[in-house]
Every structure is written in C-alpha cells, then in structure tokens.
Design a binder for this molecule. Structure first.
Ligand SMILES: Nc1ncnc2c1ncn2[C@@H]1O[C@H](COP(=O)(O)OP(=O)(O)O)[C@@H](O)[C@H]1O
Ligand SMILES: O=P(O)(O)OC[C@H](O)CO
Length: 498
C-alpha cells in the first residue's frame, strides 16, 4: 500500500489535516474551524481542548472520508500558529486557562513595564525579538499572575507550558513527550537564539519557573510515537515540527540565504532566509530561527503583520459587506481605484515595522461618493501596503533587493490582491502550485526525518509555479498611492493611549 506523510496544520482560525504523497502532492485534506474568544477589547483566546478536539475531528474525517488507512502514514509533521500559549496541569492534562493567542494584547502593560525597566536591548540581543505582547513569555507570566494558585503549582513543578506544537505532541504521545522545536522556542521571548538554550535571565525577568518549559529539539526528528488510542490504533512517529511561518519558508523551498516568502493568512508574515547568520534588524524586523535541520540551525529575518486575511473576515463578519472572502475580489474589481480611501486594519495594534501595541484601526478619505466596493478594495490593498512596509525594511536590513516574491496562504487565491501586490512592490509575485506550503513544509520536515524524502535538493526540485503576477503600474502612481498609505498608517499610531 502507498505510504504518505501526514501534516497537522493547527492555524489561528482552523485546524487542517493534509496527506502528502512522495511527489509532495496533496492526496487528502480536511479542515475544521474553531471558536475565537474575545473576552475584552484587544484580547483573543482559544480553548486548548477545543483545538485538540478539532485536530481529532480532522483526523477522524480524513480516515473516515478518504480511502486511506492510518497504517499508511509513515510519519507526522506538526505545524502551528506560533506564540499562542497553553499552560496545563502535568497530572490531569487540564489547561489552567484558555490559550492566549498571539494576537492578544492582554499583556501590553507587562511589556510597557519591561520597557520602562530598560530590558529592550537585552531582549533583542538574546532573542532577536522586540518586547511585545505578541510573544509567549509575557502570556505565561500573565497566566501565572492571574490564575488562582497557578504560580504556586508552577513552582512545585506541577504545570507545563507549551506553544501549540508542544500541546499537540504532548496529547498525541499520551503525555510522554514535552518538547518543542527551535522555531517555536525562538518565538517565546524566553529562548536565546544564539546559545540555543532557555535563558535564565529572561526567565527571571518574567518570573517563570524553568521546570515548566519543554525540551527544545531540531525541527526534523522523531519526538515520540502516537498512542494508538488517539491515533486510530496506530503507533506512528511524530517526526517534524515547526512554527507555521517557518514551515511555509521550508515548503516554499527557500533554502538559500536571500530567498523570501510571504504568507497571507489571518496575519501576513514575510520571512527571508539568512542562512547560518542571525542578522540583527535595524528597521523593525525580527531575527528568528528558520529551522534546525541536518544538525545545524539557520536563521531568518521576519516581518510580522498582525491583521491581513483577518481584515477580510472583518468585512464579512463585522461589517457584513461581503458574504464570503472570494466575493472581496469581485467587488474590488468593480471600481478602478479606492478613490483615495485607505483602510488601516490595526485592530490589535501594529506589528512590523512599527511595533505599536496602541495603534488601532481606521478608515481615511471617506467622501459622500464612497461605496462598499471602495471599502472592500481599500481593505485588500492594505494587505499589499503592509507587505511593502515590511519588504522595504527587509531590503534595508539584509542589503538584498528581492527580484521575486514567493507567496502562499488563504488570501493568495485573490488575483486582484496578487496583481496589486506586484504593482505596489514593483516585483514579480510567484504563486506556487501547492498553496498549502505550511503543511507541505511540515510534511517535508517529517519526511526527511523518516527517510521518505532524501534531502533538501530533492524537495527543491518539486517546487513549481502556478502563476506569476508581473508589475504593470507606473512609478509615479505607485509612489502616490504608497505615500497616501504612509500618511494613513502614521495617523493610527498610539491611538488607544490618547
Ligand atoms: N479569496 C480571498 N480573498 C481574500 N482573502 C481571502 C480569500 N480566501 C481566504 N481569505 C482569507 O485568508 C485567511 C485564511 O487563510 P489561511 O491561510 O487558512 O489562514 P490561517 O492559517 O491564519 O487560519 C482568512 O483570513 C480569509 O479571510
Ligand atoms: O495561523 P496563521 O497562519 O495566521 O499564523 C499565525 C502566526 O504563526 C503567528 O505568529
């Protein structure tokens, strides 16, 4: 019987199970959305057990609906929304609080306090990150500070912390493996990306007991076996793990320094491979671990945009001006321009390159003639402008001028958006045949560990283009449009503090 690699892609809004064959093609895919909780303005939480339930559901559906047996799975790769923080009881397995999602701003005060105490430079040097509520460290502290009895239990070694990869691997192995990989560890603000160790000074800064932390391992390695009662009777190796953006970089075969991809999901994340060198950013980007594979760690520069496809969800669920995401393209192309309207979707503050936790969303340039088509178009254009902000920072930091950009993620199906992106960047945008590059990257990491695929060269040969979008907009128009964006985005800064 043919063998496959299974990817579990646990994203911000949904969980997916995807089976890949030896050619790196999708054989089967199931997906399930789960609840988002917004307990207070700016807070975002998930129920970690509901996430686990959604993973079991997509696995059940995969084996139930497709002609595939669990015994055909040679290995499992896990990829996940990053930074989202779960703390659970080691003995009962019960989370002590909801998972605090990467987008959540509930630890902004903790971050302000750390900045006031002068920790910024030390944090940047050790972790490659800026102090921001985005990362896991302050979320763990918040849980220990706010959940009754949690700190005491943590100090007694009774609580475990994990990002979603860790939580899922712990569940799938029946509590045997408490591990994470280098990429996920590099997003916690607790991990020294140079020494590759949890850092005592950072742990002390946030008052987090080391006993809670998972063991950090390479991204392509067997971490443990599934317990048969959770995996349809089979013991299958869990053989790869990486945060979803790093997995996408791997799935896009960006193996050489200077290659970059941009993923348009809930948020938008551009990563550039910088090879064995951890390049520090002077322009508001993050330095992060790309992966640990073949006994070595490689690094990336990252521009993280918090709201991208989520702005399209807001058009659908908040404003109700579209019935579904694809309709945004249909409406945007009914008008030739936004007629000067700009939407800045800084709903949870601004990430790279601005890093302003207090920015909030705004619409500029409304006139009596503004229609929903203009609003929808301006929302889509905001994804492209935010990407341009990040690309400019990346070129300045790396000294490399990109001659193409590889793209993936849910929103790249939108041809209007991709064309506008190419126009605003003045760079060709390449959309690959397999758009599920996050899951593909995790599959590749797992398949390299089990010998399903031989090496990165074999993988790189499988990458193929579906469509290239070439820039057609003139320079003057491009600059006029972008300068309007800069004015708009600057006006949203510090809004919730005023
Ligand atoms: N045709 C489309 N045009 C614009 N946005 C889209 C389109 N299709 C999906 N999206 C957006 O893409 C996002 C889903 O992408 P996905 O990669 O699945 O995200 P995630 O992994 O963050 O859950 C949603 O926010 C959705 O609004
Ligand atoms: O779930 P996604 O695809 O929106 O990715 C979220 C990122 O990993 C957050 O850092």
């Amino acid at each position: 019987m043919e063998k496959y690699i299974l990817s579990i892609d646990q994203g911000t809004t949904s969980s997916r199970a995807i089976l890949f064959n030896k050619n790196g093609e999708i054989v089967a895919m199931t997906q399930k959305e789960f609840s988002q909780y917004y307990p207070q303005p700016g807070w975002v939480e998930h129920n970690a057990n509901e996430i686990w339930g959604s993973v079991l559901a997509v696995l059940g559906e995969l084996f139930g609906n497709y002609n595939v047996e669990p015994s055909q799975i040679e290995g499992i790769g896990i990829t996940n929304q990053r930074e989202t923080t779960v703390v659970w009881d080691k003995n009962s397995g019960i989370p002590v609080y909801n998972a605090i999602v990467w987008q959540s701003r509930q630890t902004a005060n903790i971050c302000d306090d750390l900045k006031a105490k002068g920790y910024e430079q030390m944090v940047r040097e050790k972790t490659g990150l800026v102090i921001d509520a985005y990362f896991s460290g302050t979320k763990v502290k918040w849980i220990l500070d706010h959940v009754e009895g949690a700190r005491e239990k943590a100090e007694k070694g009774e609580l475990l912390f994990g990002t979603i990869d860790t939580w899922l691997i712990w569940k799938l192995t029946g509590g045997k493996a408490h591990v994470t990989d280098y990429t996920n560890a590099s997003r916690t603000m607790l991990f020294n990306i140079h020494t590759l160790e949890w850092d005592d000074e950072l742990l002390q800064m946030l008052d987090i007991p080391k006993s809670m932390l998972p063991e950090v391992r390479p991204s392509s390695e067997i971490y443990g076996m599934t317990v048969p009662y959770h995996f349809f009777g089979e013991e299958v190796p869990i053989a790869g793990a990486a945060g979803d953006q790093q997995a996408a970089l791997f799935g896009q075969a960006c193996f050489e320094a200077g290659m970059a991809k941009n993923t348009y999901g809930t948020g938008c994340f551009m990563l550039m491979n910088t090879g064995a060198k951890a390049v520090p950013s002077k322009h508001g980007l993050l330095t992060t671990i790309a992966w640990g594979v073949d006994g070595k760690v490689e690094y990336a520069l990252e521009g993280s945009i918090f709201v991208a496809g989520a702005a399209v969800q807001w058009l659908r669920d908040g404003l109700r001006v579209v019935d579904n995401a694809p309709q945004s393209e249909e409406l945007a192309t009914k008008v030739d321009s936004t007629d000067g309207v700009y939407v800045v979707p800084a709903f949870t503050g601004l990430g790279a390159p601005y890093w302003d936790m207090d920015a909030r969303g705004a619409i500029f340039g409304l006139t009596r003639g503004t229609t929903r088509e203009h609003l929808v178009r301006a929302t889509l254009e905001s994804l492209a402008y935010q990407t341009k902000d990040v690309l400019s920072a990346m070129e300045a930091d790396s000294g490399i001028t990109l001659n193409t950009l590889r793209v993936d993620g849910g929103a790249v199906k939108n041809n209007f958006l991709m064309q506008f992106q190419s126009d605003i960047l003045n760079v060709p945008v390449e959309r690959p045949v397999v758009n599920e590059t996050t899951a593909l990257g995790a599959a590749y990491l797992a398949g390299l560990a089990t010998g399903f695929w031989k090496d990165k060269e074999e993988i790189a040969k499988k990458w193929a283009i579906d469509k290239t979008f070439e820039p057609v907009l003139g320079e003057e128009k491009r600059e006029e449009l972008y300068s309007g964006w800069k004015r708009a985005v600057n006006s949203t800064m510090h809004w919730s503090k005023n």
